[in-house]
Structures are given as C-alpha cells and as structure tokens.
Design a protein. Structure first.
Length: 179
C-alpha cells in the first residue's frame, strides 16, 4: 500500500505572447499583483511556430517567460489559470485577445502547463482546466515529449528553464533548512 505524500511547492512560471511588446509591463504588473514578485524573466523569443493565433492577435508574435519568487501549491494550477484568463480578458480589444498567458509550474522533475483545451495527454485538474506535462527533467536536462509545444522545445527556452530550475532548487533547499 502506498501512503499519500504532500507534493513539494512549485515554481510558478508564466509564458506570455503578444504582438505588441509594450503590453508586457502592464500584464507583468497585473500578474505580480496576483502572484507576488517576479524572480526571473527570460529573453524575448520569436513566436513563429504556428499561424493559429495570427488572425486574432496579428503578427509577428513574441513570447516572454516569467518565473515568480513565491512558490505555489501544485494543486492550485487550475485556479491560477482562471486568474490568468481574467488578466488576458483585461486586454481584449475589439473582441480580440492582444495577449495570451500560459501559466505552469516547474518542480525538480517536470514542467507542467495549464490549458483549457482537453487532449489525449492532458489530465483534468478541475474547473475546466487540464494539466499538460510539457517537459521532463532527466539525464541532466529537460527532455521534450511528442506533444511539447515547439517554442518550449527550443534550446534558448530549455536553457532558461534550467536556470529557473536551478533557482527553484536553491530556494527550496534553503526553505527546507529553515524549517
């Protein structure tokens, strides 16, 4: 018989993409109001892997990833996705989204994104939200999966997420020693 274990807190990581980079400052402020201070910010990435969003959001699209200082509980991901949806709606103009916000979390062994879209590899976590196992950490690095979004499989993205993971491990170790 296995005994239930309390999951370790996770590092909140939020990916945003937009056509107008000037939206980032206001959206980051809204996210900080909801989740606390930003700990790390990745570089800008070109988001040119799909035309799916171009009709709604225009082109070119740019992605930025933010990691937050405060740790979250993994089971809070559905609520976090609903909050980020509210932030997205704040920037809708003429019925079109101007920013897309994808929250997720990073722990020692994996990186998970939240989605409101069901698919074969996604697990319902309540409130109409699904957890997408996006990357696994093994053999000294993040490994992609057949369904990993191409932008999260890019070398620069993986390098940034390793940086976030290293910071998370340092913070979680310090927290455990303090308690």
């Amino acid at each position: 018989m296995s005994n239930p274990q309390t999951p370790k807190p996770a590092k909140l990581v939020v990916g945003l993409f937009m056509n107008d980079k000037r939206l980032l400052a206001a959206a980051a402020c809204d996210l900080s109001d909801a989740f606390g201070p930003i700990d790390l910010a990745g570089p800008w990435f070109n988001f040119d892997f799909t035309d799916y969003y171009s009709t709604e959001m225009g082109t070119p699209l740019f992605r930025r990833v933010l990691a937050f200082k405060n740790h979250i509980q993994q089971h809070d991901l559905a609520d976090i996705k609903l909050i980020t949806n509210d932030v997205e709606h704040k920037y809708v103009q003429n019925g079109r989204r101007r920013i897309n916000i994808d929250p997720g979390y990073l722990v020692h062994e994996r990186f998970v994104l939240a989605s409101a879209k069901n698919f074969t590899h996604r697990i319902s976590i309540g409130k109409g939200i699904y957890a997408d196992l996006t990357l696994i950490y093994t053999r000294g690095g993040f490994q992609t999966l057949p369904w990993t979004y191409p932008d999260y499989a890019e070398k620069n993205m993986l390098t940034f997420l390793v940086r976030v993971r290293n910071k998370y491990l340092k913070d979680i170790t310090r927290t455990l020693h303090e308690n």
